[in-house]
Write a protein that binds this ligand. Structure first.
Ligand SMILES: Cc1ncc(COP(=O)(O)O)c(C=O)c1O
Length: 385
């Protein structure tokens, strides 16, 4: 390839990452809130290193994420943990290194509170029971949600047993997904203010979660107002923990066309990538953005992945130029939830990882090898070529 990339590849553009994290930093400063990064969106080393200088810490969701961030930066950054699964061994391993710990339920908190270090600030995830997402698979506020303590229960508890939350210093909520305006956030902030003011009066901090695409929103007034409800009315320290907003626009998946043949009514182009490299394409059933696609373009194709799954297809795309075997296909806006969810189904290796440095040069960060696949399968006694 002319740019020296072996496909399939994931390319992280460090200049774009700097731009989008700087935007988040500016908005957080304007609102006087703390900015965390959620590594679940993308935990690759160039991303962690790119965001670290601009954020106030990392919002982890598992023991491995905690270890990864901790080791990448030699114990330096502020660490937050929020998860439906918190184990005693995690608390023991991290001890006072864990700065903020959000329990998912009252029962989880009551069972593990004795194992939490005195230096760790304890929070509770609340489910505000106010839904904004139509698809219940992605709605943390769905009926019988596993994510957080229902706000109604907290309101009852604070009335019936005012000391029942002693030891809880903060609240956490995360209720949206890829929202491009902040109306939902403001409605949630008002709702929490109105339903559990007594809880807000006795805590010190609140985390508003992620789920908002700051880069796609033009108007931040509702965001600033939501933060002000907690900061100014209740004097709380406010955190946000975006993931996708920091990295979504900064990554591409690069693929090569390997075969083209006639389908029933459109040509099929087989690529050397698959939806397994971007599983949300299948999960959410959306067509990813492709460089060079033009509505009504002269040459149309069904772009298809290379596995045996019939539904391993990206969609129909049109181009002004004809594709041939060897043509490059670039999937845009692939920075978030691609490499952190990618897998090797069918024995198709993961994309190689490249970093496009701010000066435009490309560095290979990692190449997936057969040995990685074999090791993952527990096959270790293979002769390495
Ligand atoms: C608790 C929590 N915080 C933050 C995030 C990051 O969300 P996003 O990448 O949509 O900003 C998520 C994503 O699922 C989450 O579950």
């Amino acid at each position: 390839m002319a740019d020296g990339i072996d496909t399939p590849a994931f390319v992280i553009d460090e200049k774009a990452l700097r731009r989008d994290v700087a935007l988040l930093r500016k908005i957080a400063d304007q609102a006087s809130c703390k900015l965390l990064y959620s590594p679940k969106a993308c935990s690759l080393s160039p991303v962690l290193r790119g965001v670290a200088p601009k954020v106030d810490g990392f919002a982890c969701s598992s023991l491995f994420e905690l270890r990864l961030v901790d080791r990448q930066f030699g114990g330096a950054p502020t660490l937050h943990l929020t998860s439906p699964l918190i184990e005693q061994k995690t608390l023991e391993e991290f001890g006072g290194r864990l700065d903020y710990l959000t329990f998912n339920s009252l029962s989880q908190w009551r069972r593990l509170r004795g194992a939490v270090s005195a230096e760790t600030r304890v929070g509770l995830r609340v489910n505000p029971q106010l839904s904004f997402i139509r698809d219940p698979r992605y709605d943390p506020c769905r009926r019988n949600s596993k994510l957080g303590t229902p706000i109604g229960g907290l309101a009852d508890l604070i009335e019936s047993e005012p000391a029942g939350l002693r030891g809880v210093t903060g609240l956490h909520f995360h209720t949206n997904c890829e929202a491009t305006d902040f109306a939902g956030l403001l409605a949630t902030a008002r709702h929490i203010r109105d339903v559990i003011p007594k809880v807000l009066k006795q805590i010190d901090w609140i985390n508003l979660g992620g789920g908002y695409l700051f880069d796609s929103a033009g108007d931040y007034a509702d965001f600033y107002e939501a933060v002000a409800i907690f900061r100014e009315t209740f004097g709380l320290e406010v955190f946000i923990e975006p993931g996708a907003a920091a990295v979504r626009r900064c990554g591409t998946i690069e693929a090569t066309v390997h075969d083209i043949f006639d389908g029933d009514d459109i040509q099929i182009a087989i690529l050397d990538t698959t939806v397994n490299h971007m599983p949300e394409v299948l999960e959410f059933q959306f067509e990813p953005d492709v460089l060079g696609h033009v509505d009504g373009g002269l040459h149309s194709y069904m772009l298809a992945g290379c596995t045996c799954l019939a539904g391993d297809v990206f969609g129909q795309y049109s181009f002004d130029r004809a594709l041939t075997p060897g043509s490059r296909i670039t999937f845009l806006n692939m920075g978030a939830y691609t490499m952190s969810k990618a897998h090797r189904f069918n024995g198709v290796g993961l994309p190689a990882i490249y970093a496009r440095r701010p000066d435009g040069s490309l560095d290979e960060v990692r190449t997936d090898r057969f040995e990685d696949f074999a090791q993952n399968a527990g096959v270790t006694d293979i002769a390495v070529a």
